[in-house]
Design a protein around this ligand. Sequence first.
Ligand code: HEM
Ligand code: HEM
Length: 126
Amino acid sequence: MDRKFVLTGLGYAILGLVLGLFMAATKNHQQLVTHAHIMLVGFVISMVYAMMHKLWLTEAAAKLAKVQYVLHQLGTAGMSIGLFLLYGNLAPESVVGPILGIFSVLVLIAMLLMKVMYLKSAKAQS
Ligand code: HEM
Ligand code: HEM
């Protein structure tokens, strides 16, 4: 799982940096919120999850690990696309808003699951 998170995290890093460079080059910072969340939710949080797998998570968390990974990826992808559409004025807020809400909740659930996985692993080791 750690390598899976590293790979997808680096994917988001490349995507977010391209968007950042594009904003800088065009002097149009309209997509700043999209760039910030692709970098922080897609890249930084994925790398933190990768390190948690490498450092602390054990077999005790294995059952939940796949679900947690999928939820974080689904949430991040939906959030990134939704923010891009919203801040690019490509879709109305009344449509994108609720969709963004759903994908944001997936990111939150993945974070809650990570805490459960951490606690399970810690308990199994003590
Ligand atoms: C090639 C490298 C990068 C470029 C060209 C770039 C470009 C930009 C630009 C043009 C803005 C908008 C600034 C503004 O209008 O206030 C911005 C904001 C931001 N960037 Fe980047 N960025 C880069 C790398 C990164 C990285 C590595 C991260 C984090 C891991 C990051 C996180 C952010 C955040 C959080 C904001 C929002 C800051 C705020 O709220 O004012 N960026 N970036
Ligand atoms: C998953 C649910 C999340 C939701 C619903 C959310 C929502 C928001 C909203 C509404 C803003 C204000 C945007 C604006 O300026 O109009 C914002 C800004 C920001 N968020 Fe998030 N966020 C989430 C996750 C995160 C996470 C996990 C991080 C960091 C690891 C983060 C970092 C930031 C930063 C640095 C800003 C200020 C830069 C900006 O204006 O884009 N967010 N977020």
